[in-house]
Structures are given as C-alpha cells and as structure tokens.
Write a protein that binds this ligand. Structure first.
Ligand code: F6P
Length: 534
C-alpha cells in the first residue's frame, strides 16, 4: 500500500492546511452551526470535536482519506476474523467477546460465540461460589481480598474498570493489583491481606511474563508458608491461554479461565481478564460493561463514516498529529474514578501505534502515535497545564467528564464540571495582548481539544468509552498502515534483561555489554559487595 503522504487525499489535506493556516479557533467557535455539526452522540456519550481547529471541509477531506486508505474493508476484515495481525498471523476479535450470538463473529470461519459464553458461564459460577460461600479459602473463611497479579494488558484493563466502577463494588471484597517486579508492589499488597482470606488471580496470556511469574511465585510462597501447599488450589486462579503452565503452577481446572490467541493483551479486559471486576462488582456489572462496548461496536461497524464516533475521533487525531504537528496527546479525565484512564490509553495507543515500520515492512513517512500522558483533572491543572497553555509545543488533549457525580457533595461536581468546561475554552480561545495584558499573560490559544461527556460513569458508559478508544486506535493504524496488534518494540529490552538478571543473581558475565551498561553493573556489584563506590 502506498504511504499515506503520497496519496492525493493526503495532499489535499496538506493544501487545505496551508490555506487554513490563519484560521483561529476563537473565530471558529463563534459559529453555533459549526459546533452543532461537529458534535456527535451515541446513547449517553457525547463527542464534541468543535474545539479542534477543523471545519466541515477538513472533516470531508479527512473522510476522503479514510476511504482512500481502505478503512471500511480493513474494518470488515477485522470483524470477519481475518488475520489482521499479520506479523503474528492472528485475528483481533475482541469485539466477539462482547457480542451477542446473532452478531455472528467467527475466526477462520469457526464461530466463537459458544466458547466465549462457556468462559462467561464459568466466570459466573466462580463468582457465585465466592458470593454464596461455597468457594472459600483453605480454612473455610470467606474471601475478603482479590489480588490480581498481571502486567500490561493483563493489569491495566481490570485495574481501570475496578477503579472506575468502585461505586458498584460489593461489600466485603477488595480488589488489589500487583504488576511491578519491584517487590514493593507485592509486599505492600500482601501486607494488607490475610492469607486465609486472599484470592489470588494470576492473569497472563502467556503465563511466562517475567514480572508476573516472579510475583506469582513469591505470592505462592507467602500463601504456603502461612497455610500449606494444598492451599494453592483453593486460593489461586488463573486467566491464561497457556493452560499447561497454569496447571504446573498448581491451579486446578475449576479455577482456570481460558482466553484466546485472537485477543490481544491490551484488548483483553472483556475476556476473563475482567474477572476482578466480575468478582468485586458482580457478573451483572461485568455484562453491562460488555453491553456498552457492544453498542459502540455495532455503531462502529454500521454507522456511516461521517457519523461514526470512533472514526471521527481518530480523524481529528490524525489532523492534530500529522497536519497541526502535535507530538503529544493529553488524556484528562475530570473524574477521579477515571484516574487510571491515562495509563490505560497510554498502553492502548503507544503499544498499538507507536511504530515506524508499516505493514509492508517499509519505513513510515509521517509521524504515527503521539506520546500519550495525562492525569485526572483538576490535579493536572496545577502541574503540567502551564505547558499546555503557554508552552512551545502543541499538545492535543481529550477532556472527559460525567454529568452525574459519583459522590454528590455540596458544589464539588459543579466546580469540577466548571473546570472541565473552562480549560478547553481557554486553550481554544486564548487571550490576546493588549492594555493590561503583558506578554507573560498572553495565551496564544488555538490549542486543539476534544470533549467527551458521559451522562454518567456506569458500567455501560465505561464499556462504550473504552471501545470508542479501541476503534479510534484501529482507525489510526489503518490510516498509517501499521499493524496495531503486535508489540515487538517490547522484546529487545526483555532479551537483554535475561543475561543481566544472570549477572546479578549468579555473577555470570554477559557477553557484548556496552561500556555504559557494564559500568553501571560494576557499580551495583561493588556497592552490594560493600566494596564502596569507585
Ligand atoms: O508489554 C508487552 C506485553 O506483551 C503486553 O502486550 C501484554 O499485555 C503484557 O506484556 C503482558 O503479557 P501476558 O499477559 O502474556 O503476561
């Protein structure tokens, strides 16, 4: 496939961008019709693109680009279970996990609904057992803590969902998450728990990830030292596509939940990887979460491109990244319960589209994923917004809020929403120089933002929101012609860490170290050996 930048549709956008160089958001935002035309909704989710520096013409040209890049066909190929993850020869069928039977998802022609439902039924049985007390710890006590050990996609999704839906949490079960191989993470979690009442989920698609297996083995030792080795079968469960390794670990089949190679880690919260949410908030909440995502999927698959929320969000991102030149993108949830969203989207966007080689193996000729970062509003306002408003780099941003508060208290939510409204308005409009406005008080404005407003942050709304972003990332991958479903960029560091672990634990001498790494390794060894610093 030709590079996007070599296509007439791209050139048309570049020409349009040059012609529109002097247009300021301040002026665009005076037009009510434009705002109406650039505001879209699906159920309880509203997407306002009008604070991006684009016009109806821009959008029309971006839609032409999407068609020229073959978006409808690529989308349909993903939905048809084709191996759209070409480097790993796998489908990317996370949509099937939240589908109904009539949606008819299949991989390689084989329907998958039945096996997905079987895992959901297994989850429902397991959750019911924990709830009704037929499934307890080894000493017969009810579980009180659910400790999930996983990393990356096996951690971020359930961590975010449990946090975001904390108001739906049942009494008595506390979700905890351990991901870092730094023992502080596990130690702090275990200190807060009693082995007799701890249920430990090892979440790992491969069941080989170093951080996860190191934490799982230490947790198993903690448990067996407090109880006995038979307790493993009662206190551990696993979510994995490597059943054999989970069984070797001591996990019994009744506590072993499958997922499939066609579910990528960062797209897996909809599978049994979501078990922490199902356990702590209940199966009904988990199913509502799936239903919200399905609503977004149906919309993505069926709505015309010009009304399609994930497509439009993606295209606004392409405009900001490739034409406006924003190298960073801020995720700014004005909702404390979504404080994990920046981390979640950081993995989703940067691991999916942080790529410099296209699907044909050629070097890309335009920037791909921006650096994604963020923080819950209003905290970020008192940290990095200075740069968003007056810094030298353009940063695009998504502002996300819910109309209904999770915790109504006085005027807190009014103040929160006032900031959610004020910040994008300030970024867009800026403040001109003039009498009483010295240079350091001037705001150039013209800083592009998107506002996403949920009626409420409930399981359905969260499902819609996360699926919106999944499809946005997919659409951008299609425009850039990168494979959004592999992540070979994480491999090299892992490979180098192997011999360095040996060097630190057994004193072996890794070959081929560069001078800087060798010097740091030597310093660690000298300080450890009490030999002092050089
Ligand atoms: O960071 C690389 C990665 O492969 C992620 O894509 C994945 O979500 C994570 O590691 C965890 O992998 P696993 O679920 O196999 O432990």
């Amino acid at each position: 496939m030709p590079s996007p930048a070599s296509m007439p549709a791209w050139q048309a956008l570049a020409d349009h961008h040059r012609a529109a160089a002097d247009i300021h958001l301040r002026d665009l935002l005076a037009d009510d019709d434009r705002t109406r035309n650039l505001t879209f909704a699906l159920g309880g989710l509203c997407l306002d693109l009008s604070k991006n520096r684009l016009t109806d013409t821009t959008l029309a040209l971006l839609l032409d680009l999407a068609v020229a890049r073959g978006l409808p066909a690529r989308r349909d190929a993903m939905a048809a279970g084709e191996a759209v993850n070409e480097t790993e020869n796998r489908a990317a069928l996370h949509m099937a996990l939240r589908a109904r039977a009539e949606d008819g998802f299949a991989v390689g022609g084989r329907p998958v609904h039945g096996e997905i439902q079987a895992v959901l039924d297994h989850m429902a049985d397991f959750v019911a057992g924990v709830e009704n007390g037929t499934r307890t710890g080894a000493t017969g006590k009810a579980f009180r803590d659910v400790i999930t050990i996983g990393i990356g996609g096996s951690d971020q999704g359930p961590r975010l969902a449990c946090r975001a839906l904390a108001p739906y949490r049942r009494r008595g079960l506390t979700p905890r998450f351990v991901s870092n191989v730094d023992a502080t993470d596990l130690t702090e979690a275990l200190h807060a728990c009693d082995p007799e009442t701890a249920l430990i989920i090892v979440s790992s698609k491969t069941f080989t990830t170093s951080e996860t297996m190191t934490n799982a083995m230490t947790a198993r030792r903690w448990l067996t030292e407090a109880l006995d080795s038979d307790a493993v079968a009662k206190h551990f469960c696993a979510v994995t596509s490597n059943d054999a390794a989970a069984r070797d670990f001591g996990i019994t089949d009744d506590a072993l939940f499958d997922f499939w190679d066609w579910v990528g880690g960062r797209y897996s919260v909809w599978s049994a990887i979501g078990l922490p949410l199902a356990l702590t908030a209940g199966m009904e909440v988990f199913r509502d979460f799936l239903a919200g995502a399905r609503d977004m999927d149906r919309h993505f698959l069926e709505a015309p491109l010009a009304e399609n929320l994930p497509v439009l969000l993606a295209l606004a991102g392409i405009w900001n990244r490739n034409f406006e030149g924003a190298a960073a993108h801020a995720v700014l949830p004005y909702d404390q319960l979504l404080d994990g969203l920046p981390d979640y989207l950081q993995q989703l966007e940067m691991e999916s589209n942080g790529k410099a080689v296209d699907r044909d193996g050629a070097a890309v000729t335009q920037p791909t994923a921006p650096v994604v970062f963020g923080q819950a509003g209003t905290n970020g306002q008192h940290a990095f917004y200075q740069l968003l408003h007056q810094g030298t780099d353009l940063v695009s941003a998504d502002f996300i809020a819910a109309v209904e508060p999770a915790h109504p208290a006085g005027d807190h939510h009014d103040k929160l929403l006032a900031n959610f409204l004020a910040q994008p308005a300030a970024l867009a409009r800026g403040r001109k120089a003039g009498p009483g406005v010295p240079p350091h008080k001037v705001f150039a404005g013209n800083r592009p933002t998107t506002s996403i407003l949920l009626d409420r942050l409930d399981p359905h709304g969260l499902g819609m929101l996360l699926a919106l972003y999944e499809h946005k990332v997919f659409v951008q991958g299609v425009i850039w012609n990168v494979n959004s479903f592999d992540q070979f960029g994480v491999e090299l560091g892992k490979e180098l860490a192997g011999p360095l672990t040996g060097a630190l634990t057994q004193g072996t001498e890794p070959a081929g170290l560069d001078a800087s790494t060798r010097s740091l390794l030597d310093r660690i060894r000298r300080v450890r050996d009490g030999g002092g610093r050089p």
